[in-house]
Write a protein that binds this ligand. Structure first.
Ligand SMILES: *Cc1c(COP(=O)(O)O)cnc(C)c1O
Length: 361
């Protein structure tokens, strides 16, 4: 039992800020994968399109299909398409990211079988993250194989491994250098291709390496991975719930499964109706993570259960059915996450669909 209040005017604020530091306002790819980082892919995408965004990106074909079935008609790029879903991808006019020879060949075969031509796609390079991507040495192969094949390269991109780190990160410099070389080589083949390297932190830390497009995800939702940039952004969501019961606990009594916490003194604990099935993970145990009750910090105690967790409210003036803020304006998700040893991305994107999303414009 909880609700995620989502303020769409804050999404607009964040978008405007990102645009204000972008070289090309029209070069913004809005990343709405993972249910728009937990915020609701349909509502967020529709709002972004209404604000002038013309290119969205998702992780999977199914996320793209969901958008299409709900009337989202802009360009949709699929970062990690399953080759076994290429048929659907093409039927719904989604743009795949192609990251290996094997995937390229499979895609061409599918296009030929469907008699398609000039199908738009994106090419991804591995410049040092060592996740997905072609290598620099594959360029000749790609250019050779693209001739006489029914595709059109819309963009060529790569992804930084440590865009949130300080500027003079050596590995980042290396990645930028390789990407420059990739760009030069493709440019000689086709001058219309677009290039992009930066995610949110990259946009903030490496403004001089924006190339043509940038890919903004977490910053749209109000986080930048850096307290300085955070000041310009507004977390768009607040996770709210309420106390459903309060217990007085004697010194020495334990709370929750496996005696996860025991009272060192006479205590008051409150029961909160959210659990690991909602995305409030068991890793929160013993991390001294707090939620807000009547503006005071109440630490999470014991093991998180599937539907419930407990907090210590001994020193807080509160009663049953008082509101509890798990994260929000006063206690942003990144602070909540970092005290638990994770990042805002994980907390937000793992909020389950049991949590009602409520939108405010
Ligand atoms: C998720 C993702 C992004 C967005 O990153 P943020 O840090 O959320 O801005 C950009 N590019 C790729 C390839 C991604 O997978």
């Amino acid at each position: 039992m909880g609700r995620l209040n989502i303020y769409l005017n804050r999404l607009e604020h964040n978008l405007n800020f990102i645009k204000s530091i972008s070289q090309d306002e029209d070069g913004l790819i809005a990343v709405v994968k993972a249910n728009a980082y937990g915020h609701g892919i349909l509502e967020i995408s529709k709002k972004l399109v209404s604000l002038g965004i013309s290119r969205l990106s998702v992780a999977s074909v199914s996320e793209g299909i969901l958008l299409r079935k709900n009337g989202v008609n802009c360009n949709i790029m699929v970062f990690y398409p399953d080759p076994f879903e290429f048929h659907d991808l093409v039927n719904y006019s989604l743009e795949p990211v192609i990251y290996s020879k094997e995937v390229f060949n499979r895609f061409i075969k599918l296009l030929l079988s469907k008699m398609k031509s000039e199908y738009s796609l994106h090419i991804k390079f591995n410049t040092g993250l060592n996740r997905l991507g072609f290598k620099y040495k594959d360029i000749d192969w790609i250019i050779q194989n693209i001739q006489n094949s029914p595709v059109k390269i819309l963009s060529v991109y790569s992804h930084l491994a440590a865009s949130e780190d300080e500027k003079n990160n050596l590995n980042t410099k290396k990645q930028i250098k390789i990407f420059d070389k990739i760009q030069k080589k493709f440019y000689a083949y086709n001058s219309e291709i677009k290039y992009h390297l930066l995610n949110s932190s990259g946009i903030f830390n490496y403004p001089e390496n924006q190339y043509d497009w940038v890919r903004a995800g977490i910053s749209l939702y109000g986080y930048s991975n850096n307290p300085i940039w955070d000041k310009n952004l507004l977390p768009i969501a607040e996770l709210i719930t309420k106390i459903i019961q309060i217990h007085e606990i004697k010194k020495g009594e334990s709370v929750g499964y496996n005696n996860g916490w025991s009272a060192k003194k006479q205590s008051r604990i409150a029961i909160i109706p959210l659990g690991h099935a909602d995305g409030i993970g068991r890793y929160l145990k013993d991390k001294n993570v707090s939620v807000l009750v009547n503006k005071k910090k109440a630490p999470i105690i014991g093991n998180i259960c599937m539907d419930i967790f407990m907090i210590d409210v001994t020193d807080i003036n509160c009663k049953e059915f008082d509101e509890v803020t798990i994260f929000g304006k006063e206690n942003p998700a990144n602070v909540f996450a970092e005290s638990a040893g994770t990042i805002s991305y994980e907390i937000l994107s793992s909020l389950s669909n049991r949590i009602k999303r409520i939108y405010f414009s």
